[in-house]
Design a protein around this ligand. Structure first.
Ligand code: CO
Length: 468
């Protein structure tokens, strides 16, 4: 029987897309033992914005959360999302930091590491991949991930080349990540058939979002075209800017005669569990009704929804909404000049802001943001197509060449560890604490100080209790 498996995203991407990743661990601990037996391909539960959110908003140790997830989900695969050499942020870390982060992630319980780069510059995936293989357990899977976008240079042929390259590098599965939800059903069909013909023996995963309303149709075509795994969220946390619903896809696949391995009773029980939790966050405003509905604008303008709302906010702030149409028309031009980067954070904001600036100033590239300059210098990696000569001349000088992706900066210096160790002093109790600091210094200091203060308070109470 044909098989399509499902990754459940409620703990990570659905949580991130619908409620800015503010779901605390305590909200879902009680359902984990059921989720453990649901038969998912994997549970995406860590990485992405969860790490930052734990430290910044939830006063949780992200590593402790991971260990708890591992404890209560012993039989399922725990999955995380990792931004290659940037780990969970936007900065390029040294190779030794990337390696240590992966070592600790696996040690604390991660099985599948989905690794991507915003520009699909796969040199940014190499260190993370090697580290994953080095510390792999029998359950570990290194998944190579492609940031999906549409542009004249992003052809089926190009995506097939990317898949071949990921396979050659040694990735065990490949994921197509349609973060804006703009992949159409027929694009999915052409793409997946093409990829399956070229690299058919490697499991292929589709990750999309319901943002534009395309996702269910796109998944249908993907399934007919041979996709192996799809990402879904339990139904009360599905739709809108999140993933398609797990149960809905389960019933549709059942009619196709395709096996998912899911336990019908358990996936419904999981949804029943999350319903009041969702309601709580709708009631307190944490889940904005806007994020639950369909917004097809991204299909009209070929830019992600978040990028549009960002532009509208900027133009409104500057009382220049009359320039909105001009700014929209400027986006494809800026994108072409920058070599068609995928419109994913932070590139989407950079392209949007530059388009707005060009229109407001009235002269193209009279002002260029620091971020766009750094991009042109090559600090984010290699652009999918060449950057316009005019921009290169303006930023680097005539005939200038972008630097080689700061490969030189990646040396194993131990410097980032030393700085972190010194800054933390006795606040750090583990390598995990040090790693948290390297990723998010300010939030980690605050978190560790709070932890220490709390423990000291508890110690005082204990002594008092004994004296009583
Ligand atoms: Co996503």
């Amino acid at each position: 029987m044909k098989k399509v498996q499902i990754t459940e995203t409620v703990l990570r991407d659905a949580n991130q897309s619908l409620m800015a990743t503010r779901l605390p661990y305590s909200d879902y601990e009680d359902i984990l033992s059921d989720m453990n037996r649901a038969g998912y391909y994997s549970i995406e539960c860590w990485g992405g914005a969860t790490f930052d959110s734990c430290l910044r908003y939830l006063n949780e140790d992200p590593w402790e959360r991971l260990r708890n997830l591992r404890k209560h989900l012993p039989d399922n695969r725990l999955q995380m999302l990792l931004r290659g050499q940037n780990l969970l942020g936007y900065k390029h870390y040294h190779d030794d930091v990337v390696e240590k982060f992966i070592e600790l992630s696996i040690k604390n319980g991660i099985d599948i590491i989905r690794i991507f780069d915003a520009l699909n510059d796969f040199r940014n995936l190499g260190t993370a991949l090697e580290a994953t293989m080095k510390y792999a357990t029998p359950k570990t899977i290194a998944s190579g991930c492609i940031s999906y976008t549409q542009s004249p240079v992003h052809t089926v042929k190009k995506y097939i080349q990317m898949c071949k390259e990921l396979k050659r590098m040694g990735f065990q599965t490949i994921c197509l990540k349609d973060m804006a939800g703009t992949m159409t059903p027929y694009e999915a069909e052409h793409l997946i058939k093409g990829i399956k013909d070229a690299v058919g023996d490697i499991p292929l995963i589709l990750h999309t979002h319901c943002t534009t309303g395309m996702a269910y149709m796109t998944l249908t075509k993907a399934i007919e075209s041979g996709i192996d795994v799809i990402d879904c969220a339990t139904s009360c946390f599905s739709g809108g800017t999140s993933q398609p619903s797990t149960e809905t896809m389960f019933y549709a696949l059942q009619q196709y005669g395709i096996e998912t391995g899911l336990d019908e009773n358990i996936i419904n029980k999981v949804n029943d569990y999350f319903k009041p939790i969702k309601q709580k966050y709708v009631d307190n405003g944490q889940i904005n009704p806007k994020s639950l509905s369909t917004d097809a604008q991204a299909l009209v303008y070929k830019v992600p929804g978040g990028m549009l709302s960002n532009m509208i906010a900027n133009l409104t702030d500057m009382k220049s909404m009359d320039k909105f149409d001009d700014a929209l028309k400027e986006i494809p031009k800026v994108r072409k000049d920058l070599g068609y980067p995928p419109l994913v954070t932070p590139l989407s904001q950079m392209v949007g802001n530059q388009a707005v600036t060009n229109v407001l100033v009235g002269e193209r590239y009279k002002n260029i943001s620091k971020e766009v300059k750094n991009y042109i210098k090559g600090e984010y990696g290699i652009a999918p197509a060449s950057v316009s000569e005019e921009l290169i001349t303006k930023v680097i000088g005539k005939g200038g060449k972008p630097v080689d992706c700061r490969i030189e900066d990646r040396k194993r210096t131990g410097e980032e560890f030393e700085t972190a160790r010194e800054a933390l002093g006795d606040l750090a109790r583990s390598e995990e604490d040090i790693m948290s600091y390297i990723c998010y210094p300010d939030q980690t200091i605050k978190f560790l100080k709070d932890r220490k203060a709390k423990e000291e308070n508890e110690a005082v109470y204990t002594i008092e209790a004994i004296e009583d």
